[in-house]
Ligand binder design. Structure first.
Ligand SMILES: NC(=O)c1ccc[n+]([C@@H]2O[C@H](COP(=O)([O-])OP(=O)(O)OC[C@H]3O[C@@H](n4cnc5c(N)ncnc54)[C@H](OP(=O)(O)O)[C@@H]3O)[C@@H](O)[C@H]2O)c1
Length: 334
């Protein structure tokens, strides 16, 4: 089969022929139709990810059909359209993942390939209203967004929510999910065109601002008619201070990433005087994945696919994601 592999950091990823894996007992073989990129794939290639083990087939997100069943798999059928849970071994504790948890696609072989073998309990029916590409866009971004918004920050109906960097794959679905649950959702982006496109999509967003605008926090708070009950962010860095300013008293700020690096300093008085909760969130459990899929199916939500590349152009897709021009997900057809 063909797979997009990375041999070493700071090297281009290359498509090569490797043996097609066979399912062992309890596993299924999935013929992948589409796989989505995540920023993680770029961080690995740049050597900016913990525990890098190469060579490896990258990719955490995949949709496809089951083409072979390992021994003992009796509850799934050949030909079933599925998506794959993008984590491995979360563990039994819902509060946090166990020590052996890892993201699919390094060190375990990932989804940027024609076939993938996964434990049978990691596949779920593909939401019937989604294409292969749309379904592939969902797993890691949807799971991360769902847990951050609803399990960690506990977004409620009617709350005013700010999602920063709406161009990002996770941020886009986070905004969409919160709007679907009846929150009043506002967004930021570093690109006026991207912001305008996001607001024009049927995602249920109230408005937004470019985070490169001077005093954007004050301007957005005025536009929104008040400060934010919940803020969902993956930039961190120096922008954190503005998030503290635009958070409502008693508000929750949840982070799932730190694209801009660590927060340089924490003005603790703003945190304790405003009674703020600062929360961390990462990926999610299989239970979170099921809950996310239930939300997607209930509201017939469709994640935004920005651009589709063939597997053979996987390296170009990684460079496209790194350049940050996308609104939503970048997807490979396998
Ligand atoms: N902990 C986890 O489980 C987990 C899961 C998924 C992702 N992540 C992390 O979360 C981050 C986003 O991941 P992704 O896959 O969604 O990435 P992505 O699709 O490549 O998007 C990059 C994001 O960065 C935003 N951004 C860049 N500079 C910014 C700034 N100065 N202020 C605010 N936002 C800024 C972009 O917003 P605009 O384009 O709109 O400006 C966009 O939302 C990455 O750091 C990733 O490693 C963590």
């Amino acid at each position: 089969m063909r797979a997009l592999q990375l041999d070493a950091t700071h090297q281009p990823a290359a498509v090569r022929e490797i043996p097609t894996p066979q399912p062992a007992a309890g596993e299924v073989l999935v013929r992948l139709h589409a796989a989505a990129l995540n920023h993680r794939d770029v961080w690995i290639q740049l050597g900016q990810y913990a525990g890098i083990k190469l060579p490896c087939t990258l990719g955490a997100d995949g949709s496809g059909e089951i083409v072979a069943l390992g021994a003992g798999v009796t509850d799934l059928e050949i030909g079933a359209p599925v998506i794959i849970y993008p984590g491995v071994e979360w563990g039994d504790e819902q509060r946090a993942q166990g020590r052996s948890f890892r993201v699919l696609g390094m060190p375990d072989p990932g989804t940027f390939a024609e076939y993938s073998v996964v434990p049978a309990h990691y596949v779920r029916p593909r939401p019937a209203h989604l294409s292969w590409e749309q379904a592939a866009a969902l797993p890691l971004a949807g799971l991360t967004a769902y847990r951050a918004a609803f399990k960690r920050a506990q977004v409620q109906l009617g709350e005013r929510v700010l999602v920063t960097g709406v161009g990002g794959g996770v941020a886009q679905v986070a905004a969409q999910f919160c709007a679907a649950r009846g929150a009043e959702v506002w967004v930021t982006s570093g690109d006026d065109d991207k912001l305008a496109r996001a607001l024009a999509l049927p995602l249920g967003l109230r408005g937004g601002i470019n985070y490169k605008t001077e005093n954007w926090g004050r301007t957005l708070t005025k536009q929104a008619g008040g400060s934010f009950d919940v803020i969902i962010d993956s930039a961190a860095g120096a922008s954190f201070d503005t998030l503290l300013d635009v958070a409502a008293p008693g508000g929750r700020i949840v982070f799932f990433g730190a694209t801009l690096g660590n927060v340089p300093q924490l003005p603790t008085a703003k945190v304790f005087w405003k009674q703020l909760s600062i929360l961390g969130s990462s990926m999610g459990s299989e239970q979170d994945f099921d809950d996310m899929l239930a939300l997607v199916n209930e509201h017939q939500l469709v994640p935004v696919v920005d651009k589709v590349f063939p597997l053979a152009e996987g390296e170009a897709a990684l460079r496209y994601l790194e350049a940050g021009q996308q609104l939503g997900k970048v997807v490979l057809t396998c």
